[in-house]
Design a protein around this ligand. Structure first.
Ligand SMILES: Nc1ncnc2c1ncn2[C@@H]1O[C@H](COP(=O)(O)OP(=O)(O)OP(=O)(O)O)[C@@H](O)[C@H]1O
Ligand SMILES: [Mg+2]
Length: 402
């Protein structure tokens, strides 16, 4: 039986379609049009890059994989692409895969995620490949894979994410080797297979990161990084920090090579190294998250107006390099979303007569912001006396008084 990617390419040939980049797909399919192999690799990579900040190397690697698939140059008997994403916690590894799913499939969570930490013991290998004959469940050929999100359709490639690959038992890794090599997993009862040949396969790992964190936490190292970020010591500090980063990359590379057999690494299309989140990248991530918050507010008829210094304040408060960007969403929620919600509710209770209110204030985008519950309100966020102050009003108004 032909696999989906073959079938798709056959179909293209029958259609006489030679331009795989053109707009295609059935009406109403998500944008950009994404028949397997017929998405616009550059547009998809660029959209992912807009959301995954400060990891240009990773986004370029993703773009390479997409371009090869778009051109139809991938190996038909293996996954569309397979990439190992290595790096510390909270730097955007999972986020990149989620953003790819948002572009190619129905949304950021429309992917098959397998937590390898749960497959740490040999007998759990059965949950990857189904139960062997004689075990409970062996008849059903159940596995932890959701066939739809793995095999995709002629219009949507599958996306599979094996998280924390270093925690998987060697038996599980061997099963994965088959997936990378032949693009097929035979379920343990031997009767059914799952095809990964129409899927982008990602594996993530924190290998080497603990060593890095230990080195980074040394006081002299912190001083060098700080000097390079705010160049009080000029180019020498920057060069020194860059040199250290190069050596650290070697540490991670060594950890990856120690852990995986060469035959495993050789079957991957790429090993992609994610870098630690620097303070300026953390600021860009907070700005991105505030834009998301503003979009939610706008849908509810309120405009979020962020004053100067707020982003820097939030980063100072919420950024811990050891946790990467993980703490940022929490501080945005605690310092902006919750107080803004409270200010809006208070304002509505105090001054707005009934649902819909009297507000019909035009938002900064030019559109009237009066189509939600809050009725054309503005929420102004400022830093006042070393803390975030949030105030709601009927119009843009002045900033919160210091
Ligand atoms: N480079 C980035 N650009 C934008 N947001 C990021 C980035 N890195 C992390 N984030 C934010 O931090 C959260 C956690 O990141 P993510 O899930 O990608 O971590 P990870 O690298 O997969 O870490 P882990 O190894 O612990 O799984 C994301 O949901 C996202 O909001
Ligand atoms: Mg992750």
């Amino acid at each position: 039986m032909p696999f989906l990617s073959d079938r798709f390419h056959d179909q293209n040939r029958r259609d006489g379609r030679t331009d795989l980049t053109g707009p295609s797909g059935p009406p109403g399919s998500p944008a950009p049009a994404n028949r397997t192999g017929a998405f616009d690799a550059a547009a998809v990579a660029s959209a992912v890059g807009d959301r995954v900040v400060g990891q240009p190397g990773a986004v370029r690697a993703l773009r390479r994989a997409l371009v090869v698939t778009q051109a139809g140059f991938h190996d038909r008997e293996r996954p569309l692409a397979s990439m190992l994403l290595v790096g510390p916690t909270g730097v955007g590894k999972t986020e990149m895969v989620r953003r790819l799913a948002a572009q190619l499939r129905g949304g950021p969570d429309d992917l098959c995620r397998v937590d390898m930490g749960q497959l740490a013991q040999e007998h759990y290998a059965a949950s990857l490949a189904g139960s062997p004959p004689g075990y409970a469940g062996s008849r059903e050929s159940h596995s932890m894979f959701d066939r739809d999100t793995v095999e995709g359709t002629p219009y949507r490639p599958g996306i599979v994410l094996f998280d924390e690959i270093e925690k998987a038992h060697p038996v599980v890794l061997r099963a994965l080797l088959g997936v990378l090599d032949r693009g097929v997993l035979t379920l343990a009862n031997g009767e059914r297979t799952i095809s990964f040949r129409n899927a982008f396969v990602f594996l993530t790992s924190n290998l080497g990161s603990r060593d890095l964190a230990r080195r980074r936490s040394r006081p002299w190292r912190r001083f060098v990084d700080a000097a390079a970020a705010a160049p009080v010591l000029g180019p020498p500090a920057t060069r020194l920090a860059a040199g250290l980063r190069g050596r650290e990359r070697g540490t991670v590379d060594g950890a990856v090579r120690d852990f995986f057999d060469p035959e495993f690494l050789n079957r991957l299309d790429e090993v992609v190294y994610f870098t630690e989140i620097a303070p300026d990248v953390a600021e860009a991530i907070v700005a991105l998250q505030l834009r998301d918050v503003a979009a939610v507010f706008r849908r509810r008829g309120a405009e979020l107006d962020v004053g100067p210094g707020v982003v820097e304040y939030l980063v100072r408060k919420g950024f811990d390099p050891v946790l990467g960007a993980r703490g940022l969403a929490r501080v945005v929620r605690a310092s902006v979303v919750v107080p803004a919600a409270e200010a809006l509710v208070r304002h509505r209770a105090g001054s707005v007569a009934g649902p819909g209110g009297s507000g019909s204030v035009a938002g900064p985008g030019g559109g009237a912001a009066a189509n939600g519950d809050s009725g054309g309100l503005w929420v102004r966020v400022d830093v006042v006396d070393g803390a975030v102050a949030v105030a709601a009003s009927e119009g843009p108004g002045p900033s919160v008084p210091a």
